[in-house]
Design a protein around this ligand. Structure first.
Ligand code: SF4
Length: 506
């Protein structure tokens, strides 16, 4: 297959918006290519680009839809018949996309599968929250078998992923019901965008290096002002935090004294439920010590995330993390000695230089530690990361799908259940990220942020607040600026906007 760096989508009798909405699907097959939408020319010969021409017969949502791949002298075609389109129309509509959009994506997906030999486990969906499709079907009282037909025939999702979605949905159901019934409950996210060093795959905007100490202490002062504002608003509207999640970055880069000060402030200002969940990301083991853990224990933090990503020293050095596998084991053991918190460990599939052997070794070592939660990520290529700048390609093909399958099997065999999942663009094997838990130890915040089923107040630079409407069908995202200097200036105006939106929805 000859390929150019630019792939152009054209349509005849097709709304250009539908083609624009199909760009992410094309990108799922081809990494780091520029995908464009342009008007169809009468003649494509001599062009230096690769073209995909999608054409609808008659009215776009009635007749056959065909797609032609043109790269140099190479041609390949695929179509979806009017009969097939009529069958799709008989299935209930559960997402935002209409039948024309679904049919255009299907024909493109089938064409590119033919060209590349690659089958996308998630079919034509490119959104990051596929679980919402299952929730929509549950709300329409569509039973599991019917759900399977819709997800398979309309969205071309593989049976394996359909089963995964349904398992996750069943575990989340009580949390959904709780969020529906108790609308005064909210989640609180606190952003601490500082890290000891940058991981090579990270595109996150955070502070490290010189001048960091000064900036960090200014940041904490302003963050505390925002916490106080939100706490007062919550008290005025009888809202209670059912969970608090301190993420980043790596919040445990704070000194024990800074942590103590921040957690005391939260305790004073934020009204919480009696059994509130309290999580802190302690992602880097080299930022954890006895003093900090004792401080977390003092404020009844009950969940930690200690994230190895891999249990392979060579990879850890290669991805820019300044700690060893032994540091991870030591930090984990210390945490276990000092408290009875629920501990999550994050793993990434597809790290540079890793394959099946390294992943198997990582999973074995992590399972030996018996964390309560294990989150399996697929490495995603992100713009502005070092991995992206080096134009490294991720294997989006089937080998990572097979490795992931083996990993999931092993985790399930050890008594864990999948309880939340989300997808990212440009990921290894086109795979999803899945959080597993031993039964009953799900993280409420993770469910809330992925399912968007309750209001989340996101505080600090780069944090996103999600203000849910009163019938829980939609929500509004409101972002604090991710640049710390801008956040220090603008946090109050974002807070006003958020408070207004929250009061309007009550
Ligand atoms: S720990 Fe997380 S936020 Fe920090 S550099 Fe690594 S990936 Fe980025």
């Amino acid at each position: 297959m000859s390929m150019t760096n630019r792939i152009v989508l054209h349509g005849r009798n097709i709304d250009p918006k539908i083609l624009a909405n199909s760009k992410a699907l094309v990108a799922a097959f081809f990494q780091q290519k520029e995908i464009a939408v342009e008007e169809a020319a009468s003649d494509f010969s001599g062009s230096e680009d690769t073209h995909i021409l999608v054409e609808a017969e008659g009215k776009p949502d009635l007749g056959q839809i065909s797609a032609v791949w043109m790269a140099g002298s190479g041609r390949e075609t695929c179509e979806i018949s009017s009969q097939e389109i009529n069958c799709l129309k008989e299935l209930p509509r559960i997402g935002r996309e209409n039948i024309t959009q679904i049919a255009v994506k299907q024909v493109i997906c089938k064409l590119l599968t033919k060209i590349t030999g690659q089958t996308l486990p998630w079919g034509i969906i490119s959104g990051i929250r596929p679980g919402k499709l299952v929730t929509a079907m549950n709300n329409l009282s569509i039973l599991e078998t019917g759900q399977g037909i819709i997800l398979g025939q309309k969205y071309l999702i593989s049976p394996e992923k359909i089963k995964l979605l349904q398992q996750v949905s069943a575990i989340q159901e009580p949390y959904r019901q709780k969020a529906k019934k108790q609308q005064q409950l909210v989640s609180l996210y606190i952003s601490v965008p500082f890290c000891p060093s940058r991981c090579s795959y990270c595109s996150f905007s955070f502070e490290h290096g010189s001048g960091r100490e000064n900036k960090l202490s200014k940041y904490l002062q302003v963050l505390k002002q925002e916490i106080e504002l939100v706490g007062n608003q919550m008290k005025a509207s009888s809202a209670l935090a059912d969970n608090i999640y301190i993420g980043g970055g790596t919040p445990t880069v704070l000194t024990a004294a800074q942590l103590d000060n921040l957690l005391a402030w939260l305790e004073t200002h934020i009204p919480v439920t009696r059994d509130r969940e309290y999580t802190i990301e302690a992602g880097r083991p080299d930022t954890i010590d006895r003093e900090k853990l004792l401080c977390l224990k003092k404020y009844r933090v009950n969940r930690l995330s200690i994230n190895p990503q891999t249990m392979n020293d060579t990879t850890l050095t290669g991805i820019g993390r300044r700690h060893t596998v032994q540091n991870i084991i030591d930090a984990y053991s210390l945490a276990r000695q000092l408290g009875d918190w629920i501990i999550n460990m994050d793993i990434i599939l597809g790290l540079p230089g890793e394959g099946r052997t390294e992943v198997e070794q990582t999973i074995r070592s992590v399972l030996e530690l018996k964390p309560d939660n294990i989150t399996i990520h697929a490495l995603a290529l992100k713009k502005r990361s070092q991995v992206w700048e080096n134009r490294m390609l991720i294997d989006t093909g089937s080998s990572w799908q097979q490795i992931q399958r083996a990993v999931f099997r092993q985790i399930l065999n050890n008594g864990y259940q999948p309880y939340y999942l989300y997808r990212q663009k440009n990921s290894a094997g086109n795979l999803e990220n899945v959080g597993f838990t031993v039964p009953g130890k799900e993280c409420r915040y993770n469910i809330a942020v992925i399912e968007e089923n309750e209001t989340i107040f996101g505080l600090g630079a780069g944090a996103c607040s999600k203000i849910r409407d009163s019938n829980a069908l939609t929500h509004q995202n409101i972002y604090q600026p991710s640049d710390i200097s801008v956040y220090l200036d603008k946090f109050k105006s974002v807070d006003e906007k958020r408070n207004k939106a929250y009061l309007l929805q009550k």
